[in-house]
Design a protein around this ligand. Structure first.
Ligand SMILES: *[C@@H]1O[C@H](CO)[C@@H](O)[C@H](O)[C@H]1NC(C)=O
Ligand SMILES: *[C@@H]1O[C@H](CO)[C@@H](O)[C@H](O)[C@H]1NC(C)=O
Ligand SMILES: *[C@@H]1O[C@H](CO)[C@@H](O)[C@H](O)[C@H]1NC(C)=O
Ligand SMILES: *[C@@H]1O[C@H](CO)[C@@H](O)[C@H](O)[C@H]1NC(C)=O
Ligand SMILES: *[C@@H]1O[C@H](CO)[C@@H](O)[C@H](O)[C@H]1NC(C)=O
Ligand SMILES: *[C@@H]1O[C@H](CO)[C@@H](O)[C@H](O)[C@H]1NC(C)=O
Ligand SMILES: *[C@@H]1O[C@H](CO)[C@@H](O)[C@H](O)[C@H]1NC(C)=O
Ligand SMILES: [Cu+2]
Length: 569
């Protein structure tokens, strides 16, 4: 619920000063106030009544809209039964990591009955963002779109579309997702796969009892519209398509790209993709559809298909079944890769060319042997699943958040010895000996000097199985300078890097059994989580944290913590 928007906070008096205030006002940023109440809410899906956590009773939650340069003040009250935090995915939070949200990383969670107000300013960013819970599996239902328009007087780098729609892909369980997570944490096995995917909260009419509520996108013949596609699914990359309509891709992860057309989009959890479509087909109803891209061989997944309907205003009969688009096979890695490989950003000449920190991180699943069969070891061959980066399985602290501990110099919460390179070199994507499958546990950070240029090669491994992990970095956008199959070769691969117009993202996948190289400048002090955006893997420890030091002077120093920052106890 938007309480009110302060159009201009400056006082104005009479005559000339009103005129002057008006002129100042045109150029000035706004402050947007929102009140979010996390609450249990009854909904009916797939023939059953369920109670889910929502914001303000809405599913998906409210869309937040602002402009580049505006300030957002969002008061969050937890009227649910679980600890919770919210994250503003893609917002850099320059100097305000206190508002970033991952629980126990930048804040202690908001306890049931508690309130915390997130305050931040959007600094030189625009496009499609989203917000979601960053606490256990609550983001299964606690999410919404966050749209940042260009500043007043500036515009998109493409013609203004006639209409815009957020299109949020989600994942639905016929159970409380927190119970699904809980069961897997006890058994050590993979959690149950979902029962449906959703578009703006609705599974669509290929599922039982869902046709009445299928999401409809109305469109007028001849016009061009913008779909702001967001993958809020918990654990699944998705293929997306629209029957009979070409899609023009203009933005991903709130960064503009050189437009290209496609029939298929692949989008990982955490990613966003802006799509222009022109209503140039015979007036009718066309399905918009999404289904799994499941990159790990032999791993169970939800193979259902969610749909919405693109409906021309003048289409006559709604009794005729819409046309379904052709979606790729669930294991079509070639289509997934060729889509991702087409991105070129419009931001030239910004890529750091000199590297201060040359990092190499392995991204692995893992397995823990149990000495004897037990209900706690129900992964294959009497084991428990785990995951790691550079052989460290990340453990969240409990007594304090990492950011608070850093700010207050509290010892014993974390260490800063996250390794810059894997502790052991091996054939990462080959046949990895089982003796290497069990990582160590730890809350290890990697320290970065303010302003340093960082390159990270993220190397997927064949420990347990290869898989495309959508890796998300908080506090930054990065350039994706290279990607490849197999093991990264430091002698030959850098020569093929794109240092001219590489895509800019905040979440990037690695091809299963391959690598991706990213670069960014560490110009935002604070502690910033980097993790796989498949929530099943975060719980297993596929994460690490950067500690970026302050620079010189106030503008390069993180702000003091807000007075209402939640405490752990
Ligand atoms: C997971 O699936 C199994 C098998 O279908 C079922 O018995 C179990 O109740 C499910 N658990 C949860 C938490 O949904
Ligand atoms: C999905 O998987 C189930 C179980 O393996 C199978 O029976 C069904 O045919 C599959 N459906 C599709 C659409 O592939
Ligand atoms: C995808 O899986 C099907 C079986 O469902 C198999 O026949 C096909 O070869 C696989 N394709 C690839 C590219 O692995
Ligand atoms: C379980 O162990 C057997 C024998 O060592 C092995 O062949 C099989 O691949 C293992 N299964 C998994 C899923 O690791
Ligand atoms: C992988 O290595 C193990 C021994 O380390 C061997 O038993 C197995 O046959 C190998 N598998 C393949 C596919 O090469
Ligand atoms: C776990 O068990 C496998 C055999 O199933 C063995 O090869 C491996 O070395 C064991 N790992 C550890 C860390 O003990
Ligand atoms: C990870 O560390 C453990 C403990 O030192 C070791 O047994 C294992 O081989 C290591 N694995 C890798 C891939 O480095
Ligand atoms: Cu992952």
């Amino acid at each position: 619920m938007e309480l009110h928007t302060t159009k201009c906070s400056r006082p104005h008096f009479f005559g000339l000063s009103i005129f002057l205030a008006f002129v100042v006002c045109l150029a000035s940023a706004e402050i947007h106030y929102h009140k979010f109440v996390i609450q249990p809410t009854p909904v009916k899906r797939l023939c059953n009544n369920h109670v889910i956590m929502t914001v303000n009773g809405q599913f998906p939650g409210p869309t937040i809209e602002a402009r580049n340069g505006d300030t957002l003040i969002i008061q969050v009250t937890n009227s649910g039964k679980y600890d919770i935090t919210l994250h503003w995915h893609g917002i850099r939070q320059m100097r305000t990591p206190w508002a970033d949200g991952p629980e126990y990383v930048t804040q202690c969670p908001i306890k049931p009955g508690g309130t915390y107000t997130y305050r931040y300013t959007v600094v030189e960013q625009e496009g499609t963002f989203w917000w979601h819970a960053h606490s256990k599996w609550l983001r299964a239902t606690v999410y919404g779109a966050l749209i940042i328009y260009p500043k007043l007087g500036s515009s998109y780098p493409f013609s203004k579309p006639a209409r815009e729609f957020p299109l949020i892909l989600g994942e639905w369980w016929n159970r409380d997702p927190m119970q699904v997570l809980r069961q897997s944490m006890i058994t050590g096995a993979a959690p149950n796969v979902s029962d449906a995917y959703t578009i703006n909260g609705q599974p669509g009419d290929l599922y039982r009892c869902s046709s009445q509520d299928t999401t409809i996108f109305p469109i007028q013949a001849g016009e061009t519209i913008l779909l702001r596609l967001i993958n809020a699914a918990l654990n699944q990359q998705l293929f997306f398509s629209i029957a009979n309509h070409q899609m023009t891709i203009v933005e991903a992860d709130a960064a503009y790209n050189k437009p290209f057309t496609t029939n298929i989009v692949m989008i990982g959890p955490g990613q966003t993709t802006n799509i222009l479509i022109t209503a140039n087909q015979p007036p009718a109803r066309y399905y918009v559809a999404a289904t799994a891209y499941a990159s790990a061989p032999g791993v169970a997944f939800d193979n259902t298909t969610t749909t919405a309907i693109l409906e021309y205003r003048t289409s006559s009969s709604s009794s005729i079944r819409p046309i379904l688009p052709q979606l790729p096979a669930w294991n079509d890695t070639n289509t997934a890769n060729s889509f991702s490989s087409r991105f070129r950003s419009i931001y030239h000449g910004k890529v750091p060319l000199q590297i201060d920190e040359n990092l190499f991180f392995t991204i692995s699943l893992g397995s823990i042997n149990c000495s004897r069969p037990s209900f706690r070891c129900q992964a294959p061959n009497n084991t428990r699943f785990t995951a790691s980066m550079n052989n460290v399985s990340f453990v969240l602290p409990r007594r304090n958040s990492i950011l608070q501990a850093m700010y207050q110099n509290t010892p014993g919460i974390f260490t800063t010895d996250f390794p810059a390179v894997p502790p052991l070199q091996f054939d990462y994507t080959g046949n990895v000996s089982r003796g290497l499958w069990t990582p160590v546990r730890g809350t290890k950070l990697y320290r970065l000097k303010f302003g340093s240029s960082v390159q990270i090669v993220l190397q997927n491994t064949n420990i347990v199985t290869v898989e495309d992990h959508p890796m998300h970095l908080h506090g930054y956008h990065f350039f994706v300078v290279g990607t490849g199959k197999g093991n990264f070769n430091p002698r030959t691969d850098p020569a093929r890097f794109n240092l001219v117009d590489p895509p800019v993202r905040n979440t990037v996948g690695t091809t299963p059994g391959g690598w991706v190289a990213i670069r960014f400048v560490a110009d935002n002090p604070g502690v910033w989580l980097m993790h796989c955006h498949l929530d099943v893997h975060i719980g297993w420890g596929l994460a690490m944290v950067f500690l970026v030091e302050n620079g010189v002077g106030e503008l390069q120093t993180l702000e003091a913590p807000p007075l209402d920052l939640p405490q752990c106890f």
